[in-house]
Write a protein that binds this ligand. Sequence first.
Ligand code: F6R
Length: 640
Amino acid sequence: MNTLRSESQQRERIPTEIHDSSESASRELAAYIAGRIRQRAAEGRSFVLGLATGSTPVRLYRELVRLHREEGLSFSNVITFNLDEYHGLGRTHPESYWRFMHEQLFNHIDVPADQVNIPDGLVARGDVFAWCRAYEERIAAAGGIDLQVLGIGRTGHIGFNEPGSGRDSRTRIVTLDALTRRDAARDFLGESNVPRYAITMGVGTILDARELVMLAWGEAKAEVTALAVEGPVSDSLPASFLQLHAKVRVLVDRAAASGLTRLRTPWLVGPVEWTPALARRSVTWLSQVTGRPLLKLLDSHYGEHGMAELLTEQGPAYHLNIRIFNETQHTITGWPGGKPNADDTHRPERALPHPKRVLVLAPEPSDEMLGMGGTIARLASQGHQVSVVYMSSGNLAVPDTEAAAAAELLMSFSEKDGPAQYARTRAVWQKLMAQDGEEGAAPAAANEQELRRLKGLIRRGEARSALRTLGLPTEAATFLGLPFYEKGRYRQFRPGLEDFEMLRALLVRHQPHQVFVTGADQDPSSLGALCFDLFRKVLADLKGEAWLEQCRVWLYRTPDKRWAPHEIDMAVPLSPDQLAQKVQAIYQHRSQRSQSPSRGELHSEEWLQAEQAARELAKAYDALGLAEYEAIEAFSRWKG
Ligand code: F6R
């Protein structure tokens, strides 16, 4: 943790503490909150706590529950105010913030129900204004908020104060930003189910709290957090208003901190130790900011961009340029499993053994295609034994419309000769029909086992079809179906021992030479991050096994989170045909296509994003002065 306001933090306008993990940050904050609550209790006074929902505070709430259960922390003197609620959702809707708060926190602690305040999602439109004023009055009557916990959205929102929200805005109804709705699409089982409006405390309401703590985890929050902390105060990024508060701090994990100047370009804010990795990062950055290829950088460019020290230590520019050019050049290979009978001194992967046993782990079907479809095709065509392991069934991401179509197909198929199956399928179908069109209804009976089984089967079929598109046999697919996914919902999954054992057994059975895995640095409560964490724990447990010593782990990313060139250890170029094949494979995941393209949501289609990401990476390599490819898929080697 780093609270010191040092030279390297000179650009940070909000005190920012970087923690090793979201767990340690959440524990620290929970202990702090507990201290404040106890202090007030000792004085016979109440403590007014402002709360947020979403994935970010989940670990904080777990820790508060633990403190209550195991360390006797009482919440009887606590009054809570939540930031926001979707408009149009009743309390029992699976995605209502009322339900979220009760499931995550209130049901497990002793806060009296009449001291809990959450905006009411069902206030009639005409009554919203008066209702919001009353909410503000309730906050004032409680003595104002002592401490407000905040998350940050990728639009820079706090609460649901989207860009454009003014410094003095108060509790009100707002329209959700398109990006915010897209981010919530998973939870609502489709973007079109996400409400368009929400009731939120205003920026002014938030700034009135006596103390603010904003939390951010995972790489997806890095850019927006850096802007909020280091950028100008502006209503185009409402979180930047926090800079105006006298008592505010931001807690981040390493991934969310990675956009801050002290981590992204530390040479600009003080002396650094010029490790080989930092030299590569800074020279690549220099090429990008000057718009010049690596081999055309001059000493003067280094000098003008805070890198004179690097020149003195490792220069002149001519040598540095060539060194970094070669390092980057050596990341490129058309042989992701290693090239047999070739000198592999400067290749990212070993030549031997050949062929290799390759495991590709996908948190849910289609992740592997988005991140590395072209590479999978290459590995298979180069003779390696490729197994794609789908860790979860992915059934939560199948819209009801797809399930209804499949149920109808199954019904007509089994009508004559499978009466029992027919009856079961018909029951599922009837439920789907009954909820169709119900305003504010939960989009799917998410816990209905038979429905989820059907949706899981849809995804299996799509995954097999995608593998076939790449020329792989259907047997290349293993559907692990980890149980934690079947028992949970997005943002609320909790992998356990059973999941650990299943993944462990799989790895022991395969004894792979190469594993491709994703999810490192993602939001810790996301499916990808949980799957990665499970994998990490299994590897730690297997440490010392002879086969594991010989196994290399490669990280891939899905297009929502792209590699910067300096992070890449292996770059696999794709020809135009190979790129087209990859896109075709992604396209097989029919159930994942946008449900309402007519509303201008087509740009969010995954295959388009994947294609664009691979093309852009090729352009980035080209701009560095390397060969010009159509597209590139990239990997970073995980060193554990
Ligand atoms: C939730 C809220 C939002 C979230 C933000 C981040 O009450 O007010 O501002 O904090 O959207 O959401 P997650 O934590 O899910 O990434």
